[in-house]
Design a protein around this ligand. Structure first.
Ligand SMILES: [Zn+2]
Length: 194
C-alpha cells in the first residue's frame, strides 16, 4: 500500500479518460519527481478547475474575458453563424482554416431520455442573435447522432424561412463526432454544405 497522499494522487490521475492504474502510478511518480517550479506550474494550471474558465458572452466559446477572440475579430464574417455542440468543435473547425464566420455554442444537444430539453441548452440566445445580428446563413454543425439530428430539426423549425439554414455534408457515418473527424473530411463537409 502507498501512503494515503500518494494514493490520492494516483486516484486523481486515474480519473482521466484512458488512464488505468499502471499509467496513473507512472504519472504520480513522474510528477512528484519534477522540479519544484514545474510542479507549481502544474498545480497552478489545475486551479482553473476550481475557478472555472470564462465563456464568451456572445457565443459561449471558452474565453479570456467577456468576448472571445473570434467574436472580437472584425475580419470575420459576422453574418455567417456556425452552430456547434461544444467549444471543442470550434477548435476542430478552426484547424481546417476554411470557415471565416462566427460561432454559437449550444453546450449540448436535446436529449429527452437524459432530460435535456431545448431550454437547457443555448437555443434562446441563438434565436435572439439571429434576429439581432442580421445573420444571413446559419450552418448547423452538430454531431450526426440521433440527438444532434433532433436538435438540428428543432432549430430549423424555430428559425423558419427568414434565414438560410445549411448543414454540413458529412462523409462520416451516423453516430460519429465532429471533433474526432479528420481535417479533410471536415473540410469537405464544410465545402459541400447544403
Ligand atoms: Zn465568442
Amino acid at each position: 500500500m502507498y501512503p494515503k497522499k500518494f494514493e490520492n494522487l494516483i486516484l486523481a490521475f486515474q480519473n482521466l479518460p484512458g488512464v488505468g492504474r499502471k499509467t496513473a502510478e507512472r504519472y504520480a511518480f513522474e510528477t512528484l519527481n519534477w522540479e519544484q517550479e514545474k510542479r507549481e506550474e502544474f498545480v497552478n494550471a489545475l486551479q482553473v478547475l476550481i475557478e472555472g474558465v470564462d465563456t464568451c458572452k456572445v457565443c459561449g466559446n471558452l474565453s479570456d474575458g467577456d468576448t472571445c477572440s473570434i467574436c472580437s475579430d472584425q475580419n470575420r464574417n459576422h453574418t455567417l453563424l456556425c452552430v456547434v455542440q461544444s467549444p471543442k468543435d470550434i477548435l476542430a473547425i478552426e484547424s481546417i482554416q476554411e470557415y471565416k464566420g462566427v460561432y454559437h455554442v449550444l453546450n449540448g444537444v436535446i436529449n429527452t431520455s437524459k432530460g435535456i430539453l431545448p431550454e437547457d441548452i443555448n437555443i434562446d440566445s441563438l434565436v435572439d442573435r439571429i434576429h439581432k445580428d442580421e445573420i444571413k446563413e446559419v450552418i448547423l454543425a452538430l454531431d450526426p447522432t440521433v440527438e444532434g439530428e433532433t436538435t438540428s430539426l428543432y432549430i430549423e423549425k424555430l428559425i423558419g424561412k427568414d434565414v438560410l439554414v445549411t448543414r454540413l455534408a458529412y462523409g462520416i457515418p451516423m453516430g460519429g463526432h465532429l471533433d474526432y473527424t479528420d481535417s479533410l473530411t471536415l473540410l469537405k463537409a464544410f465545402q459541400g454544405r447544403k
